[in-house]
Every structure is written in C-alpha cells, then in structure tokens.
Design a protein around this ligand. Structure first.
Ligand code: CP3
Length: 358
C-alpha cells in the first residue's frame, strides 16, 4: 500500500522535503480529552495498551486534530520488563511500578526472556491494526526503551530521582549490571524486529535516563547496548529503509559517539542547540527535535517565535524532523498545539527551497 505522506521518512534519509515534518513525543495522551475518555472506557492504562482496537483509536486521535507527519504506536517502554515477569502496574499520580525488582545476580537469572511475537503479541496486534487503519496516510513509528533506561525502572522498581539502587549495581556489581543489560539488549532487538515485521516503518529507542551517567559509564552501560541493538535490526522492509532514531535525553555532549553508533537519526532535547549539533554530526545523521515542551504553556505568539528560532538554528536544507525535546505534558492546552503546528507549516517551507539552496 502506497504511503501518501513520506516527508518524515524522506527527512530521516536527509532527502528534500517541501516543509519540515513533525510529530510529538507522547502525542497520544492525557492532554487530549478524547484520550481520557477512551482510557476511562478501557479501565486502566495497561488494559488500553492490550486492546488493539482502542490502542489504535488513541494512536490516531492526535492525527485527527493536527497535521502530523507520523503516527507512533500507542504502548509503553515498560511492556518488556512486564513480559519478563516483573508485574507492571500504575498507581494514579505515582507513575509506573513493578511488583518485583531486580537487585541481585539471582534476580537477573530468574528473569523470563520474552519472545516478542508470543509474549508481546498484543503489541504486534496493535501495530498491524494501526497500519491497516492508517491506510498509508503517514508512516508508523515503533519504539522501545534502551536497555539502560529499562534497567533503571527494573532495579528501582519504578521511577526514581537519584537512581540509588541501579547505580549501586552499576558501580558495585558491574558484572550483574552487564548481564541484565545483555538480556535487555537481546529482548529489545527481538521486540523492535517483531514491530518492524508487524508493520512499523521507523523505530525510535528512548534512552530517557542515559544522560544521568558519567561519560565512560554512558559509553559502557548505555550506548554500547544501543549500538548492539542497532546492528541487529531489520533495516529494510517492504522495499523501504526502516530508519532508526536514537534519543538520549541530556546526551548532547556525546553526539559524535551517538551518531557513530549506527542510527539514521539522533533525537535531541532542548539543551543542545541544533546549529551546533548539525555542524558536529549533520553530515552523518538526520536530527530530530527540539522544542522545550514547556514552551507550549506560553501564548501562541511566543510558541511561534520559538518554532521560528529552532528552524533557523537548524537552517536550510534537509535532515531535520521537528519534534519536542521530550514528551508533551498532560497539562498542555490542545489549542496551543494548533499554534505550534500552524507556525511550523507556515514558517518551514522557506527552509526547503531547492532553488535558493543551489
Ligand atoms: O508517544 C506516544 O504517544 C506513544 C506512547 C508512549 C507512552 N509512553 C504512552 C504513555 C511512549 C512512546 C512512551 C514512552 C515512555 N514510557 C518512556 C520514554 C519516553 C519518555 O517520556 O522519556 C518512559 C520513561 C515511559 C515510562 C512511563 N510510562 C511513565 C514514566 C509513565 C507515567 C507518566 C505519568 O505521568 O504518570 C508511563 C505511562 C504512560 N505511557 C502514559 C502514556 C500516555 C500515561 C498513562 C495514563 O494514561 O495515565
């Protein structure tokens, strides 16, 4: 089936586009009243993820409202640890939690290594349902957490501010840490390949917590495992390249290393300037980002000014996918997202004028 809008895939391949493509991390979610309604019908978040028709419905909701250039699978990064037997649940206002934690070598040895197509079949059903319903409108992005980011939740038992337990494992029992990360890297590779076979047309690895590490620890405990995953991914499917985007939040200082690990694109948060990132790695990868999601709390004129500033920072020519620098907040006014997307549609075509570029 033909893809009607391939701006996103073209930009990732650093090919010419008529305007800068855009999607938003966490674009389906609680800031949309129609999401809250479907989630209420499903009962809880994980039941929503397990219900392919409802997961498909909420995936498409932001596309009905806004002219976005990609859809992202509605699911969560914590489905893998859940399938490993840790018992994921969500307590309102407290974020994700696990019934079991992984703190010792014995805990690592007891983990069930999931087979994605069997143990996470509900995710693959969601992917194929969404692909069918999208009907070629825009490409579908699949995703996973990075091994390090998944490990932080598994060892801490949920969200953390200081990463006390996972870092004591990293520094005190590095062998155990490596065993855990190795299992996760294999699981993530299998999971993303299953998503690609089910119909994902690009994949993103979320390394939300890589930026909490020292430079040598980042290389050893986060990036090396993402590099292993990237090397094991299906890179062509249905006659088209399946691009891989690596997003390490707060990873700006390691851009050369990240770009060198084999992805098609690097996701940036707002603390890295796009002009600087492009000068450093723009010859190697496409760049995705990087509006501070908090800008969306400001008035439409301020939002527009910031969109213009970011387009200017990247400059003319291909290779930029517009996005937020992290997930959209649940407190965002959906009308402010209109201001963001309208500004981008209006301001970005002038950066893609092939004649002016020569
Ligand atoms: O981008 C999308 O629209 C796709 C769906 C998506 C969700 N989570 C849905 C979700 C994606 C890509 C994620 C990734 C994710 N999940 C990450 C990495 C990205 C990031 O934000 O850094 C992380 C760290 C998680 C773990 C997670 N899941 C947390 C911390 C929470 C709780 C958030 C909170 O504010 O309570 C979740 C739950 C979650 N995942 C929600 C959504 C829409 C909210 C659940 C609800 O409806 O209550």
């Amino acid at each position: 089936m033909e893809l009607k809008n391939d701006r996103f895939l073209r930009a990732l391949a650093r090919q010419h586009v008529d305007r800068t493509p855009v999607w938003m991390m966490r674009q389906a979610g609680r800031y949309l009243p129609e999401y809250r309604e479907v989630r209420g019908q499903a009962g809880d978040f994980m039941s929503l993820c397990r219900d392919a028709d409802r997961a498909c419905e909420v995936t498409l909701q932001p596309l009905e409202r806004y002219a976005l250039d990609a859809a992202i699978l509605f699911s969560d990064i914590l489905t893998i640890p859940d399938a490993m037997g840790l018992g994921l649940y969500f307590e309102t206002g407290e974020g994700p939690k696990f019934r079991k934690t992984v703190r010792s070598e014995a805990d690592v040895a007891a983990l069930h290594q999931p087979v994605a197509e069997r143990d996470l079949d509900y995710v693959m059903r969601a992917v194929s349902t969404i692909r069918r319903e999208l009907n070629g409108r825009v490409p579908l992005i699949g995703f996973s957490g990075s091994p390090w980011t998944l490990a932080t939740y598994m060892v801490e038992g949920g969200s953390s501010k200081d990463f006390r337990h996972v870092k004591s494992m990293l520094y005190g029992s590095p062998d155990t840490m490596h065993q855990l990360l190795d299992i996760l890297a294999h699981s993530v590779t299998d999971y993303l390949n299953a998503q690609i076979r089910a119909g994902a047309q690009a994949v993103q690895i979320f390394d939300t917590w890589g930026g909490t590490l020292s430079t040598p620890a980042y290389r050893e405990f986060s990036l090396s495992y993402m590099e292993q995953i990237v090397a094991g991914l299906i890179r062509e499917h249905e006659g088209r390249r399946v691009p891989v985007i690596l997003f390490t939040k707060n990873g700006g200082q390691w851009l050369e290393d990240i770009a060198g690990s084999g992805p098609d694109a690097v996701g940036l948060d707002w603390t890295t300037e796009l002009s600087d990132a492009r000068a450093r790695v723009g010859h190697k990868v496409a760049l995705q980002g990087n509006l501070d999601p908090n800008v969306l709390f400001a008035n439409p004129a301020a939002i527009r000014a910031e969109v213009g500033r970011i387009l200017d920072s990247y400059g003319e020519g291909p290779g930029h996918v517009f996005n937020l620098g992290h997930g959209i907040s649940q407190f965002t006014d959906p009308g402010h997202v209109d201001a963001f997307i309208d500004a981008l549609h209006e301001l970005s075509p002038r950066y893609h004028n092939q004649i002016a570029m020569g």
